[in-house]
Each structure stands twice: as structure tokens, then as C-alpha cells.
Unconditional design. Sequence first.
Lengths: 250, 198
Amino acid sequence: MSLIQADKLTKVYGTGDTAVVALDHVDLTVNPGEFVAVMGPSGCGKSTLLHLLGGLDRPSEGNVSIDGQPLAKMPDNALTQLRRRKIGFVFQFFNLIPILSSVENASLPLLLDGANSAQTKQKATEWLTKVGLEHRLASRPDQLSAGQQQRVAIARALITDPVLVLADEPTGNLDTKSADEIAALLKQVAKTWGRAVLMVTHDPRIAAYADRIVFLKDGKVVNETHLANGGDGAKQPAGQESSQTLAVSM
Amino acid sequence: MSVRHAVLGLLAQRPRHGYELRAAFQALVGGEKNWDVKPAQIYTTLARLEQGGLVVEDGVEQDAGPEKRIFALTPPGRQALQEWFANGIEPEHQHDEFFLKLMIGLVSGVADPYRLIHTQRMHLYQELHDLTEQRGQADPGRELANILLFDKAIMHVEADIRWLDMIEARLDDIRRQPLPEPDTKPRGRPKKIWGLPG
């Protein structure tokens, strides 16, 4: 069963002459363990799509189901609960609380859900260790690099054991090296930890980590491409091609 | 070109013979698959450098096989190496086949340029994905050369994708322009046209 099932998803802002169609009959399915990138120019509807999938906004037309649950008729409190328990969010600017440590930041979703604080702390420590921050458990965000802050945010997104992680330009505020590390980590979230990951990005290099790229333009899916894995064997880093021959390796 | 400077640089590390130089070169670039230099190229390079006074024979090693001439760097050789380090390298701009395909597509009218861009873009994304996978599998503890070259290849494909986006954004403007035609120079002897004022 698909984890995200979106049918003819449409979002219109405003009415009459001033109506703007932000999303226009978008169909999308995402499976568990799949890493999908959504690309497109500014204003193409990427963020709207993410908001609708995350239950942060309701569509004008069409339907979304997350993990088999249709969001359309769900009352607001049930939607909030689904968001809190089934979906992890990762943002461009990390959205960490400045006065809290890594452990406290990562713990927040569970604490908000009324969980026991000792268990939560242990779980936060586990996830922070998994994302490579075991040495920065007590650090506050201002004591961390941007890449480390995004790792805390990813640990926070995973602490509720969500089936889906939605990431909105997660590398948009990072230098090249950290951006690659975060993209690789999101891939691990899908491949190692089996979550569905949907990432909005405008960066081709980051999108290339995904299994599939969905291209949006003017609110419509204009193209969708599956990236095959290891189909044609290892390629060489085609760095040098002057008079030297580039031998083909195995 | 740069093999010559690599030889100078490796001799700056310590004097060596040709066989050693080639092995050191291959180890440094991460193997023949990245940059294959044949022994003959090393020996001709050494011969030219010796002629130019940039390297000099510094003894002969004689073990079981034929004797091996050991070379060392001379002061002019060190100078040439310093100049190489002191200056930038011209980027390699190769002919771009996609550029040609697009132009031929436009003049021939038998291909939809948007389609050409689309096909190329999908191809490049797959390439970028494959490179990213392999870059991720390379061991940073042992494969520095490969990782540097993968990074370079990744960045280049990324630049090509951005270039396609730009072409696509400009395509309607491009199509409104007259297509480039060769300057029409009359062939053979210029004909005299009667009736025109001289």
C-alpha cells in the first residue's frame, strides 16, 4: 500500500478574478522506504503540495491519504494527532528552540504528545546518536554548525517514529558539504530506517540523492523520473580527458 | 602539459627513476582508471626535461634487470614547478554535443527543442544520481583521489543541468531570432554586375 496517496490534488487561493491556482490536479504516490524529491521553480506549487500532504492545509479539490487514512473528512484534532505521530517535518531554517539543548529540542514532539520525560530523553539520545551527534547532546543550537542543527531537526522529526518525513528545502541554508551530508542522511532515513521521505528542493545535486524526482511547473506535474540504481555498472569520475585515455573500469 | 609538471613535482619530493615516477603518479591520481599515463610518456617527458635542463641524472640503480637512471630536479626545474603552482589553470572547454544537437534541431526543424532539452535533462539526472551513489560508496579514508574527481564530475553535471534550465527559459526568445547562416561570400571570380553605377 502506498504511504502517500494523493489524487487530483488542487489548491486555489482566492476567488473569482483574483483566484490563483497553486496546485492543479496533482496525482502522487509514495511508498514506504522511498525517497522522492520534488523540484521546480519558485512559485511552482512545491510548498503548497508539502503543506497539503502534511495536513497543514486542506485542498480545494482532490484527496490525500497518509498511511491509508484519508485526510479529507478528518476533524482538526485528529489531523493534528496524525501530523504529530505519523509525520516528521524538516525545515529550511531548522526551527529549533534557541534556549534548549539538542536532547531537549529533539524531545519536543514526544513531550507535546504527553510522553514520559525519562523515556523521551533516552529516545532523543538514541536518535541524536544515530544522526551522528552523540558528542553534541547538551549543546544549544547557537553552539552547533548549521549542518549539525539540521541533524538535530532530523532527530526531532524521527523521534515519534513517523512513517513519513516531509522536508522543505532542507539544504537551502547549508554550505555545499553540509548539504550533501544532510541529503545522504535523508536517504538513510528512507533506506535504512524505512520511512517514506518527500523532499522539496531546487538543487539538482541534492535531488539526485532521491529514487524519484517529480517536476512541478505552474502547479502541475510536468515530469516524473525514476532514477535507476546501478543499472549500467560503475562509472568513472570523468575528471580528466586530455590526451590520456579514460579506461573503463568494472 | 601537466604530466610534465607532475614529474617535476614528484622529483621535488625525491629523486626517482622512470618506473617509480609512473607508479607514484598512478597512486596519486587514484589509479589508471582516473588518469592513465603510459611508461613511454613518462620516459619521453623525462628525456625532454633533461634536454631542457630541468632534470638531471642523479645516479643509476642496478638490480637484477636493466639499469635504471635516477633523475633529480635542477634549480631551473624547481623554478618551472614554482611557476606552475603560482598560476591558474585554464579550464577545459570541450565542444558540447548537446549544444550542437540543439542547434541542428533548430535549423533542421525535425526535432522539438523542448523535447531535446527534456531528454537531455533526464539523462543528466540519471548520471548525477549514479555519480552521487558512487561518491557515497567511496571510502574517504582511502579514496581521496576518487572522491575529489567524483565531486568534480558531480558539480559539472549539475552545471550542465542548470545550463539546460537556462536554455529552456530562453528558448522562446531564441526561436524568435533568425537562425545563424554562414556569411554568403560569392564563390570564384566576382561577377561584374552591369547596369550598377560603379
